[in-house]
Design a protein around this ligand. Structure first.
Ligand SMILES: [Mn+2]
Length: 335
């Protein structure tokens, strides 16, 4: 078992690798593992194949991560080649570490997977469980199975907690189980500052983005009979708020928060000469992927899709309202 190899009796060279564009769980779980293996006196390096969001700059010891770049390429390759063990953290397919795949394959190091994605490739040691809601849970299990829970300090606990909550949408996704809550409780006992963590993870809104949102909410139209809600943002609205990319993301989701609504649609005109971009969200069985394919030259998932219309804003909305009225039976039946 891997526990024996990394028990700390003999100092090892260990490289931890996480995936391209690492998210909260990738960073949280790999940093926690990094800090834990250091308490066992191993020689550990943590490598990220790409840069990551500045939203995580506050994570404990995040500056210890070696981020791949042309100037660091040689150093990183040397570390990978000279290591005794490579941990692959929060991914199971080497295509997710792009430019490091080849060098990892040519390294003689023992390769260890610690991940919760389904259908992994084969590794020398595998700590994988697709029922775990995050890789951070698996790192906690590893530490627990080595009887080293006392080595989890507030820093390690903070990293694990960040992974746990970001990968579960703050305990909302169906993957959440009793274990996730149990471990969250154990991490809280380690003295983590929940308020501080949530404050730093909160989505940041510029006041201009809020202004644009308020315009969209002001224009919200509810077709109660059809359980449909829609709104729009036009070029003239954007000019009022010095628009930046990303400001209109998420606006479509507000409509579905209204009681009994099943379909929410957002029309967006970034520039007059551009087509109107449409976002659709639905609840339950109403399939916006099919709906958008049929009427809006788009597609996506069953409950979240996009589309495009080469009409102006008022024509687009009229077209949409007519479809809803004409096809309301399909919509209501499929609900
Ligand atoms: Mn994950």
């Amino acid at each position: 078992m891997i526990y024996f190899h990394i028990s700390g009796i003999k100092k090892k060279k260990i490289v931890l690798l996480t995936h391209n564009n690492p998210d909260g769980d990738a960073l949280g779980s790999s940093l926690a593992l990094f800090l834990y293996l250091k308490t066992l006196n191993h020689d550990v390096d943590l490598i990220s194949p790409t840069e990551f969001s500045h939203d995580f700059d506050w994570l404990p010891e995040i500056t210890e991560i070696i981020v791949f770049s042309d100037t660091k390429k040689y150093l990183i390759e040397k570390k990978i080649m000279n290591s005794d063990y490579i941990f692959f953290v929060d991914f199971n397919n080497l295509s997710r570490i792009k430019h490091l795949e080849k060098i990892c394959l040519s390294s003689k190091a023992k390769k260890i997977l610690i991940d919760h994605h389904p259908l992994p490739l084969s590794f020398d040691f595998m700590l994988n469980d697709s029922n775990a809601s995050s890789t951070s849970i698996l790192v906690f299990r590893l530490i627990s199975n080595m009887n080293n829970l006392d080595k989890i300090d507030a820093k390690i606990a903070t990293c694990l907690y960040v992974g746990l909550i970001t990968d579960t949408g703050y305990f909302r996704y169906p993957s959440v189980n009793a274990e996730a809550h149990f471990i969250a409780g154990k991490l809280m006992e380690k003295g983590i500052d929940i308020g501080f963590i949530h404050e730093h993870l909160q989505e940041k809104y510029h006041e201009n983005r809020l202004k644009l949102l308020s315009i969209a909410l002001e224009k919200l139209k509810i077709m109660k009979k059809y359980r449909t809600v829609y709104t729009n943002i036009e070029e003239s609205d954007i000019r009022l708020c010095s628009y930046k990319k990303g400001y209109v993301e998420n606006i479509v989701n507000y409509g579905l928060g209204i009681e009994n609504m099943v379909l929410s649609v957002f029309f967006f005109e970034e520039k007059r000469q551009y087509p109107i971009r449409i976002s659709l969200r639905s609840k339950g069985d109403f399939d916006v992927n099919l709906f958008s394919r049929k009427y809006f030259n788009g597609g996506g998932h069953k409950n979240a899709a996009g589309g495009l219309l080469k009409k102006n804003m008022s024509e687009s909305i009229q077209y949409f309202v007519n479809i809803i009225r004409k096809h309301h039976k399909d919509i209501i039946v499929s609900i």
